[in-house]
Design a protein around this ligand. Structure first.
Ligand code: BES
Ligand code: MN
Ligand code: ZN
Length: 517
């Protein structure tokens, strides 16, 4: 019954609709104007000058009084200028802004839009280069993210999210709408899908509910098929790792497989594999209480992998892709796995579980084998896998490991998409640290370089389901540890809000489309 209520609930947060128009400046309402940085005392032309004249110089006086120069990542909010209710100036910085800076400007616009009660916000972008208007809209779409579903009260200046529209006015005019509808909008939706699932608490999203939300999001999308393995199905297949990690919870695990075939029939897909621990208490190797709440984020990999396929389906990309999500809740109980338990994984390898809190690598093993069942061109797994990732790379950079060529391809795709990622090695000696006294491998190894230790464990399971002769052709594999970047506990920056980020959706989409070209 609870499940029924949860899956009929409204989407977590509606958003302002985005439209595109020609660059005429309105003379009333709420206006956002991107202004280039100028030296002290230097005059601005264009719409800035028009509004300044219409306001008898009030605009330039306000700008001077506030010492607003238009530097990048600055803004000035001015109520009651000329005929406008409000004018927001956003600094466009020095010189011609690149794609990243335009997205950041969009982020400012989005955050402003999410707090504004105005039914319509006009955003004026006077730069002529093609693509800028859609880039700005993308930043605004991601920057306006809010999650208000569970709020029954809000501050006076906070309207309900998602009211009204955002009109981007630029020289590209309505032509930008084509770009937006065909390309960008679906990626923004994929990111939003991931953020919503991650932000939801663990009493709202558990494995079956993750599946239900996925079905709802993909409803009506062409060339999509969804397969869900329940406990009996996983028992038949011998998916011992997902069953083992899930066995301590009252909410049973699921293996979710979402196939999108927008490319040539029979062409090998690219497989995205995601860690979907809907809550990671640590299990019997219980985590300390203080930071345990964070572990609702432990399904970000599954959300990003599925969100990337949602984006591809939404934009009808001419590619074949599959997302494999290992969904389980890691709980301590009388039925939970114990430290020292030996389990048999999908594909037949055995693992000694020395620490039930190293559950991510365990569930990912079955999912990696399930992914290679799809006979993919490449396997990319995404997981909030280790605290060591935060120690090594901090909160913003995704750690990328795996086969050298694919690892470098992921880092390049992240650079192109404007996400932060860094390649890391897989030192050979780490494998020995995972040796078990009783099984093929232990789930605990060297603490130093723990991010790479976890990746070394995963590497053992790529192609572990294949027969001897078959295994000669090894599937290219890369592993993305997003423990830090999955959530942003600092203030919002660029188009990244506080809390769930939806990291790596853009990168995965960019990578697969780069391959198709
Ligand atoms: N989900 C955690 C990793 C994590 C930690 C993600 C902090 C985000 C923030 C993972 O399941 C875990 O608990 N890993 C252990 C592994 C250890 C027991 C070898 C860790 O990193 O401490
Ligand atoms: Mn854990
Ligand atoms: Zn975990």
């Amino acid at each position: 019954f609870a499940a029924l209520i949860a899956c009929t609930a409204l989407p977590a947060a509606a958003q302002r609709d985005i439209r595109f128009e020609s660059p005429q400046a309105p003379t009333s309402g709420t206006l956002v104007l991107a202004v280039p940085q100028v030296a002290d005392g230097e005059a601005r032309g264009g719409t800035f000058a028009q509004i300044d004249a219409a306001s008898q110089g009030a605009l330039s006086r306000a700008v001077a009084a506030a010492a607003f120069t238009g530097r990048a990542d600055s803004q000035l909010d001015l109520p009651g200028i000329a005929g406008f209710d409000r004018v927001l100036l956003v600094g466009a910085g020095d010189g011609a802004p690149d794609a990243r800076r335009i997205e950041d400007i969009g982020g400012h616009v989005g955050r402003f839009a999410a707090r504004s009660k105005a039914p319509r916000i006009d955003v004026l972008w006077e730069g002529a280069e093609a693509g800028a208007a859609t880039q700005l809209a993308f930043g605004a779409a991601l920057g306006q993210y809010r999650f208000d579903k569970y709020r029954t009260t809000r501050g006076d200046d906070e309207p309900a999210a998602g009211q009204g529209e955002l009109v981007v006015r630029s020289p590209a005019g309505a032509a930008a709408a084509q770009d937006w509808d065909g390309d960008w909008k679906a990626v923004a939706e994929g990111v939003k899908f991931a953020r919503d699932l991650v932000t939801e608490p663990a009493n709202a999203v558990w494995p079956e509910e993750f599946v239900a939300r996925t079905r709802a999001a993909f409803a009506g999308k062409a060339n999509v098929s969804i397969e869900v393995l329940d406990v009996p199905a996983m028992e038949r297949l011998g998916m011992g790792s997902l069953l083992a990690v899930g066995q301590g919870s009252a909410r049973p695990p699921r293996m979710l497989i979402v196939r999108y075939n927008g490319g040539a029939r029979g062409e090998a897909p690219v497989a995205f594999v995601g860690k979907g621990i809907t809550f990671d208490s640590g299990g019997l190797s219980l985590k300390p209480g203080e930071n345990m709440w964070r572990m609702k984020y432990d399904m970000t990999g599954a959300a990003s992998a599925t969100g990337a396929v949602l984006a591809l389906a939404g934009r009808r990309a001419p590619v074949n892709a599959v997302a494999v999500a290992a969904l389980a809740e890691n709980m301590p109980s009388g039925t939970a796995i114990r430290p020292s338990d030996v389990i048999t994984m999908y594909g037949g390898k055995t693992v000694e579980v020395m620490n039930t809190d190293a559950e991510g690598r365990v569930v990912m093993a079955d999912a990696l084998v399930a992914a290679t069942d799809e006979r993919p061109d490449a396997v990319l797994d995404v997981a909030t896998l280790t605290g060591a990732q935060l120690v090594a790379l901090g909160v913003r950079h995704t750690g990328v490991m795996g086969d050298d060529a694919l690892r470098d391809e992921v880092v390049a795709a992240a650079d192109a998409a404007g996400e932060l990622a860094w390649g890391m090695p897989l030192p050979e000696q780490l494998r020995a640290s995972l040796n078990s006294r009783v099984a093929d491998i232990s789930n605990m190894g060297d603490r130093f370089g723990g991010m790479m230790t976890a990746a070394t464990f995963l590497r053992e399971f790529v192609d572990a389901g294949r027969s001897e002769g078959d295994a000669a052709a090894r599937t290219p594999w890369a592993h993305l540890d997003i423990a830090g970047p999955s959530f942003n506990e600092s203030a919002a920056y660029g188009y990244t809000p506080q809390d769930a980020t939806g990291v790596m959706v853009r990168t995965l989409v960019g990578l697969i489309e780069g391959r198709a070209r």
